[in-house]
Design a protein around this ligand. Structure first.
Ligand code: ZN
Length: 155
């Protein structure tokens, strides 16, 4: 690998890193990876924003990014966490939201006002538990199809 690798290639590498909690989605799609900077030689600085401020996966995100870049010959990687501006649903593309729905996870909605069932798209849903299958998700139940589902929390 030569040291003049373009930033776009690094974005491609980071697209190989799945979200540890939702493996169908990668960290770039999720909007966790905010910036890539090339420092001297092969040193990289990656800026990440966790999806949820208390997200215990944050350390895991960092480890996975470092591990993936090391596979491509980048051994000096600095990870910077940026909490401001906070992660928002706007950083998810429609395609990514669709993928989440297919995984049975309702993507976050602005202001958490209307939570849509990923199975039947009903908005007639109720909160069962603040914590779903992972701490970054809440467990909801649909009043129409009666199925429980996970809602992806944002901060
Ligand atoms: Zn439903």
């Amino acid at each position: 690998m030569n040291s003049t690798v373009e930033n776009s290639n690094i974005w491609e590498i980071l697209k190989q890193v799945p979200d540890p909690e939702i493996p169908a989605i990668n960290l770039v799609e999720l909007g966790v990876v905010r910036a890539i900077e090339k420092l001297e030689n092969k040193q990289l600085r990656i800026t990440i924003t966790p999806t949820y401020t208390g997200c215990p996966a944050k350390k895991l995100f960092e480890d996975l990014i470092i591990e993936e870049l090391a596979k491509h010959g980048f051994n000096e990687v600095e990870i910077v966490s940026k909490l401001n501006p906070a992660w928002t649903t706007d950083w998810l593309s429609d395609e990514t939201k669709e993928k989440l729905m297919k995984e049975g996870i309702s993507p976050p909605t602005i202001g958490d006002k209307v939570i849509m069932c990923p199975i039947c798209q009903s908005t007639n849903t109720k909160l069962l538990s603040q914590f779903g299958s992972t701490p970054c998700q809440s467990l909801y139940s649909c009043n129409d199809c009666k199925e429980p589902f996970n809602y992806f929390k944002c901060h």
